[in-house]
Unconditional design. Structure first.
Length: 295
């Protein structure tokens, strides 16, 4: 089994253990939580936690809870993003979105519960991680998730419908909406030990540069696939951004220039890892996956 597949299987097992089992009083809520998290998705964010940890020689056992937490936050964001008051999507990961499979109120509550569960597991004692670094992990995820991170990006996105954004404005939006959690995935891993911050400073800066590049590359590739792929392959509605009149990289730059930007971001990501040896090969592999993925 390839390293990427090994970690995908690992995080699936961790998430299954963390998510609540169905109980009589709140069975529907718990079913919606599990439905929205398990059995689908590329697991890019937890993979990045494990890959960054691997690059720094950190034991995977120390990375499990941060990896699970970032995926729970991502799953909550997808539930809310799909709601009728947001993007009003009815397909996600090849199956009905949470508010279609259950109902809108249950979907909202499932998203809320997943968000708080992420911080619940990170606020418990984390084996092998100092209290100081645990606080840094929490701070990294809360900052990336909230009004200065992902939520800010979603708000900009809602206000951008039908607007002619500049490339700089579009980049700002996606650095928050998509890039913030991707960057947090990498940075959280750098605190999953008891090493003094100063020792990791230059490595953390290189990894942050890597994360910035692949975070934006992820969105550029998404924009390209929204035009060139199909609904069955994507597992979500193809052409949704165009139909909603959302600004995208192809619509602003043109398709050829959008693909060139994707190539440049990939190279930037790889260049940022030059100080690492084979221990960062999984990070390189993930960068390649992001720019070449078909869904």
């Amino acid at each position: 089994m390839k390293p990427q597949e090994t970690y995908q299987h690992r995080i699936e097992t961790v998430l299954d253990a963390i998510l609540p089992n169905a109980e009589t009083s709140t069975q529907k809520l718990h079913e919606a939580m599990r439905y929205s998290v398990l059995g689908g998705g590329k697991r890019v964010r937890p993979l990045l936690v494990y890959a960054a940890g691997e690059a720094l020689g950190i034991d995977a056992d120390f990375l499990d809870k941060p990896a699970a937490a970032i995926e729970l936050i991502h799953a909550y964001s997808l539930i809310h993003d799909d709601l009728p008051c947001m993007d009003d999507d009815d397909l996600r990961r090849g199956k009905p979105t949470s508010h279609i499979a259950f109902d809108e109120a249950t979907a909202v509550l499932a998203g809320d519960a997943l968000q708080t569960l992420a911080f619940e597991i990170l606020s418990q004692p984390l084996h092998g991680i100092s209290a100081k670094n645990q606080l840094k992990i929490l701070h990294t995820l809360t900052t990336a998730s909230g009004a200065s991170g992902m939520v800010k990006g979603q708000m900009i996105d809602l206000g951008a419908i039908g607007q002619a954004l500049t490339e700089s404005q579009l980049e700002t939006m996606h650095n928050h909406k998509t890039g913030a959690l991707i960057k947090a995935s990498v940075l959280m891993a750098t605190y999953c030990n008891n090493t003094d911050d100063d020792v990791l400073l230059s490595q953390r800066e290189n990894l942050a540069e890597y994360a910035d590049a692949i975070g934006l590359a992820f969105q550029v590739r998404d924009d390209i696939l929204d035009i060139q792929s199909d609904t069955e392959t994507l597992g979500k509605q193809q052409g949704a951004d165009s139909a909603a009149d959302k600004p995208t990289y192809p619509s602003i730059l043109g398709m050829d220039s959008a693909k060139e930007k994707l190539y440049q971001l990939h190279q930037k990501a790889l260049n940022s890892l030059e100080s690492f040896g084979k221990e960062a090969d999984l990070l390189r592999e993930i960068a390649g996956f992001i720019v070449k993925r078909i869904a």
